[in-house]
Design a protein around this ligand. Structure first.
Ligand SMILES: [Fe+2]
Length: 571
């Protein structure tokens, strides 16, 4: 057996570590994966010192540190320059840059903490993103694209031709492109970078791209397999690895420029967002077309933070040249270690003469699960009264159809940004007022952000214009016009949804719940939003869920077979 630990959470700067995660892969299969922030409860946490997630994946799988054959890191290898060697000293070493010797020391310290004595394998960041999409897609031959803010050096974009699960790079751009452009728009509109990009996409549906489009269209240009972005939004080190003079990195530290800041004073937020979304779509589609022309592969796999943009993903799926699109369900940096771990595992397996099989991912339930005893202990700790249910799925469906906001906690935690029926808050999609109700209880979302539906897989053709399987809420679809009024709480203003199609194979309990709701309401769909209060990471443990009840974030909690009415507290 080949067992690989993947990990991510490298701090770029000492102050901005983000998106930490760890996972274990054995013989090409993911056994456990969890984001650091689910444990530390600090959103997007990258942990500067310790990775709690490493401990958790070892505990979940029962795998001993001594059984790990390799550790995979989705960055290129740190330089071996000693930081006390003044001739080769670089400021980056102190700043925590991924290449740095300081990080190497820190990594060795971490391995010692967990008793792991396995070789560390470094995999290029974009290659890791690409592998995360390819090797979980079940598609051996395809075009693979990765789009993000910045990977190794200044790389922000790569394209690959995959043949029989082997990737050959056909394009790599070592400069800011799509990710930085969209973050710059997000920043100019007034949302947080690396957090608010989804809001920019959301508000864009309320705007008109025309007024601002002409003024921003030259910020991104595509020429064959080259992309030129003129915006460098964030201050960054323009890495020049050939420069070995003292303080080299400091000389290459450039200040960001964002001409969209001025445009934000001139145009309405929603119009600037609409123009940015349209330009992103236009240019990415042009690039995808050129990549397909080069590779001849019409199936497309996507990863990188930009692939969180479900409207862009929808436009790619609708391209004539595209036969099928698979978007890795955790395409941002919190999922990038999956690609590094699978690639390293594949290499080691093939070296042993074993065949790596690229099996399609059908769910994301790779996190922590709990026993009934642990659940009861948390409910007792928070002094919550509960009753035991015979049929939790039916009870949940009853409450939802009565218009209640229900916290639903079952099985293993989801890996990735979306709750997919194990740590979800559920409500009735037929009632448009549900959006306000959930916002009051839980989310405090911006007025323009839509909620998403979970639908029985069997109902996808009935509700969606293109009824294909979409298990991960990462792809936009047009709802059939006559169906929009049936489920107003989960349809965006432009008539699109970001659905989860639920199969009985992937999640039997959740499938049953939705089916029970259908029996009562005639609608095979529930509103599903992640179980977390505004600003919090998704709930992981029974304690987190109980605390949400105490905070008044839900009306009812069904956790395993136990029902908690938030109004009833033990005195
Ligand atoms: Fe990335």
């Amino acid at each position: 057996m080949v067992t690989v630990l993947g990990m991510y959470g490298w701090p770029r700067w000492l102050t901005s570590a983000h998106e930490g995660s760890a996972l274990i892969v054995r013989d090409g299969r993911i056994l456990a994966a969890i984001e650091e922030d689910r444990i530390t409860r600090i959103k997007h946490d990258g942990q500067i010192i310790l990775w709690n997630s490493i401990k958790d994946v070892l505990r979940i799988t029962g795998i001993k540190a001594s059984e790990i054959d390799a550790v995979a890191i989705p960055w290129e290898a740190p330089e071996e320059t000693a930081f006390y060697d003044l001739k080769n000293f670089k400021l980056a070493n102190l700043a925590g840059y991924p290449y740095s010797r300081v990080n190497r020391i820190r990594l060795n310290f971490l391995m010692q903490c967990y008793g792991i004595d396995a070789p560390i394998r470094f995999v290029n960041h974009h290659r890791s993103h690409a592998a995360s999409a390819l090797l979980t897609s079940g598609i051996a031959d395809c075009s693979v694209l990765t789009l993000d803010g910045q990977g190794d050096r200044n790389e922000s974009l790569s394209a690959w031709e995959a043949q029989n699960n082997v990737m050959k790079c056909v394009a790599s751009i070592d400069a800011p492109t799509f990710g930085d452009f969209f973050s710059a728009a997000t920043n100019a509109i007034g949302f947080k970078i690396n957090d608010g990009e989804g809001k920019t996409m959301g508000i864009a549906s309320y705007g008109d791209p025309k007024p601002a489009y002409d003024q921003i269209k030259d910020f991104l240009n595509v020429d064959g397999l080259n992309v030129r972005g003129t915006i460098d939004n964030s201050a960054r080190i323009q890495v020049d690895v050939s420069d070995t003079k003292p303080f080299a990195s400091y000389r290459h530290l450039v200040k960001g420029n964002n001409p969209m800041m001025d445009l934000a004073k001139k145009f309405k937020k929603e119009d600037l967002a609409a123009a940015a979304q349209k330009l992103l779509e236009d240019r990415v589609l042009e690039f995808v077309r050129n990549v397909i022309a080069r590779t001849g592969k019409h199936k497309v796999c996507l990863a990188g933070g930009v692939a969180l943009n479900m409207k862009l993903n929808q436009k790619i799926r609708e391209m004539q040249e595209v036969e099928e699109v698979y978007v890795f369900p955790n395409p941002g940096d919190s999922g990038v270690a999956v690609g590094a771990a699978l690639l390293v595992c594949k290499d080691l397996m093939e070296a042993e003469g074993k065949t790596f099989s690229n099996e399609p991912m059908i769910h994301t339930y790779y996190g922590t699960s709990y026993t009934d005893e642990e659940v009861l202990s948390a409910l007792n700790e928070y002094r919550l009264e509960y009753q035991e249910l015979k049929d939790p799925e039916k009870a949940a469906a009853d409450l939802i159809s009565e218009g209640k906001v229900v916290g639903w906690f079952q099985g293993r935690l989801e890996f990735g940004p979306r709750a997919l029926g194990n740590r979800s808050v559920l409500a009735d999609p037929r009632n448009e007022g549900m959006k306000d109700k959930i916002n009051k209880y839980l989310k405090k979302r911006d007025w323009f952000m839509p909620f998403a539906p979970s639908m029985l897989s069997e109902a996808k053709e009935e509700y969606l214009e293109e009824g294909v399987e979409a298990p991960f809420m990462i792809m936009g679809f047009n709802v059939k016009k006559e169906k929009i009024k049936e489920i107003p709480a989960v349809v965006h203003v432009d008539g699109t949804v970001r659905p989860q199609t639920v199969t009985a194979d992937a999640n039997p309990s959740y499938w049953k719940l939705i089916h029970e709701f259908e029996k009562q309401s005639g609608v095979p769909i529930v509103l599903n939003t992640s179980f977390n209060r505004h600003g919090q990471p998704m709930v992981r443990s029974p304690e987190d869920a109980a605390l949400h009840v105490v905070w008044g974030a839900v009306e009812y909690l069904i956790i395993h077979k136990y029902l908690v009415d938030a109004k009833v507290k033990i005195g």
